[in-house]
Write a protein that binds this ligand. Structure first.
Ligand code: ADP
Length: 310
């Protein structure tokens, strides 16, 4: 089983011996919670029609991965999203994962192994949190904000790319009588420009997929695709890519006696820690300009570390 305990949702995926995804579950959380992860794990078991006793290995990933009960090993989301995305879309080269509080651009090889990555974990712009703030200001559910954006035109100037100030700006645009759909479209376009900045750190590559909850937003996919200048392939279940990848690593780990054990992702973990320790985010870090170099936005992985990622 693979478990992805993120900042807003708990995901679990059951994988069979052949590596096929046989059951999954996504549970929305108010905050990182053990109860939610237990429900996600139970949901995935029920969907797969198996019990906990049938599970041979559990690997967890995500922001709260250390809290997952019964975990045999943990891996970073970068390793797991790369592996899951490559299984969901064989041949993929660039994975853009946009979750609740961070975003990542990952270049993967044929086997779904990470070649290099960049991440933004310091600033809510370009993350699901930004769309959550937008949806709340526009009084629609986040699952509908993309459809609303598709009905608008992205002609408005959205100057603030800081989530804290964006809500105020959206409310101000509403007060000026601007159309909600146009505001939604313009914010999606601005967020896509941020995503392009992240991708620029690793280099564009095709095929490209998006993973994470934001990949379910059709306007986010469209605007990222326009910013990149090439299509973003659609995955059936983008939000469980990390849990599925963790499940595949658990399968490899179990098959270790006969096959190859799951590779360590210590080098990736080290890079993530470097990024996380870059300092506590605060608004003075950001002047709101689209080209602002955000603290904690991961630099491309140094070559000596890239070699260790496998
Ligand atoms: P995490 O792993 O950090 O919990 P997820 O990958 O689950 O994050 O993504 C959560 C984000 O995805 C939310 O902040 C929200 O903006 C977005 N999201 C979730 N469900 C949907 C949906 N149905 N349509 C559009 N966006 C969604």
């Amino acid at each position: 089983m693979g478990v992805d305990l993120g900042s807003t949702t708990a995901k679990a995926a059951v994988v069979d011996e052949s590596g096929a995804l046989v059951g999954s579950s996504v549970v929305q959380m108010g905050a990182v919670s053990r109860e939610a992860v237990a429900r996600a794990m139970d949901g995935a078991l029920a969907a797969a029609g198996v019990s906990q006793a049938d599970i041979r290995r559990t690997i967890s990933t995500g922001y709260g991965r250390k809290l997952v009960p019964g975990t045999d090993r943990t891996f970073t989301e970068i390793t797991c999203h790369a592996r899951g995305a490559a299984a969901l879309h064989p041949g993929v080269r660039l994975v853009i994962d946009i979750g609740g509080q961070d975003s990542k651009a990952i270049i993967v090889d044929d086997d779904g192994l990470v070649e290099r990555f960049a991440m933004n974990d310091r600033c809510a712009s370009g993350t699901g949190r930004f769309f959550d703030v937008l949806a709340r200001a526009l009084e629609v559910d986040v699952s509908a904000v993309g459809e609303l954006a598709l009905a608008g035109s992205e002609t408005l100037e959205v100057s603030s790319m800081c989530a804290t100030f964006a809500e105020t700006e959206v409310i101000s645009l509403l007060a000026q009588g601007r159309e909600r759909a146009d505001i939604a479209a313009s914010v999606h376009k601005a967020v896509a420009a941020r995503t392009l900045g992240l991708v620029a750190q690793v280099g564009k590559a095709t095929p490209t997929v998006m993973t994470g909850g934001v990949a379910k937003n059709p306007a986010a996919r469209l605007h990222v695709s326009r910013a990149l200048g090439h299509p973003v392939e659609i995955l059936d279940q983008p939000q469980i890519a990390g849990a599925y990848g963790a499940g595949l690593l658990a399968r490899d780990d179990y098959a270790g006696g006969s096959g190859s054990p799951a590779p360590s992702d210590a080098a990736t973990e080290e890079q993530v820690q470097v990024s996380l320790s870059a300092g506590t985010p605060h608004c003075q870090d950001c002047d709101g300009s689209p080209g602002h170099p955000h603290p904690g936005t991961g630099e491309p992985v140094p070559l000596e570390l890239q070699r260790n990622i496998r």
